[in-house]
Design a protein around this ligand. Sequence first.
Ligand code: KG4
Ligand code: ZN
Length: 341
Amino acid sequence: MIILALETSCDETSAAVVRDGVVIASVVSSQIKLHTEYGGVVPELATREHLRNLMPVTRAALTASGLALAEMDAIAVTQGPGLPSALLMGLKAAQALAYAARKPLLGVNHHEAHLYSAWITGTPARAEWGSFAPTVSLVVSGGHTLLVHLRGLLDHRLLGSTCDDAAGECFDKTAKMIGLPYPGGPEMDRLGAEGNPVAYEFPRPLIDAPNDDFSFSGLKTSVRYFLRDHPGVLDQRKSLCDLCASVQAAIVDVLVAKTIRAARRLGAQCVTASGGVACNSALRRQLTAACSKNRLALRLAAPSYCTDNAAMVAILAERKLTQGAAPLPWNAEIKPGWEIA
Ligand code: KG4
Ligand code: ZN
C-alpha cells in the first residue's frame, strides 16, 4: 500500500510517502525561525506559512518518492488536535488532492501518530510492528504530556495527562524566562548538558501522587521566584548551565518516575517515548537507565520522528487502512480538540 500524508498541526509543514511500512520520502519545512522573534508560535503566521509551503513540500515528497499522485492508494492528513487554522490548511489541501486524484482520504489523530512513531526504526525507516508486547508509552510534546497503556497495536487506553502545562511548554516557558530563544527545549538541553543537575533544587510536581497525571505550571512558577531571588544567576555561564540542568532534571525526573511506575503497576514489558521532548538527551539517558534497571524493553522514537512530521501520519494511516478504517466523508471537518481515548 502507498500513502501520501500531510501534517500541519502546528509550525511544521510536512509531507511524506510510505510504501508497505517503509518511509520512502519525508519532507519537513520548519517555521521555527519565523516564530522565534515572537517567542512562540503565532497561529496567523503559521497558517499563512502552511499555505505557502504545502504544495512545494508535497511536490518535493512525491519527487523524492519517485511516484506520482495517481500511484497513491490513499491520502492521509492530521485532522487534530492542533491549531485550528493550521489544521484547516492541511485538511483542505489533502481533500483537494484526494478529490482530484479520486483517492480515499484518512484523518489521523496527531497524538496517536506520535504514540506509534516509536515503532519507526532503521534506515530506510520502517514500521516494526512484529513484536508487540504490552507497553506503557510516554508522549511528550509542546502541547501535551500523555501516559498511554497499549495492550496491542491500535489497542490503547489513556492513563493520564497533564493538568496544566505540557512538559514541552514547561521547557519553552522556563527557557524564555531564562532568556533563551524559542523553542527553549533544545537550547536548555544543550546548556544543561554542561551544567550540574543538583546545583539548584526545584519541585518534582505530582511525582509521588497515586495517579498517572502530570502538572508543570508550579515548577514554572518556582523558576520565576528563583530568578527573582537570584538575579545574578544568568550572568555567569556556569550558573546559567547549572540552572538549565537543574530545571531539566526536575522535568525529566517526574517523566521517568511516573512512566516506570505505571509500567511496573500494569506489568508492561516495554516502554516507549515519543514527541518533541523525547529528543531531550537527559530524558533519553535516564529512561534508558531506568528501563535497564527494571528489565523493561525500551523504544525511543528516532529524533527525526520525535518532532512533528508527516511520516508518522502516513505510517499510522497505512496500518489503520489495513485494519479496515473508514475513509473520511467529503465534507469532513478539522478536530482541533481531538483527544485520544
Ligand atoms: O512534537 P512537537 O514537535 O510539537 C508538538 O506537537 O507540540 O514538540 C515540540 C516541543 C517543543 O516544546 C520543544 O521545545 C520540545 O518539543 N523539544 C525539546 C527538545 N527538542 C524539542 N524539549 C527538550 N529537549 C529537547 N532536546
Ligand atoms: Zn506534535
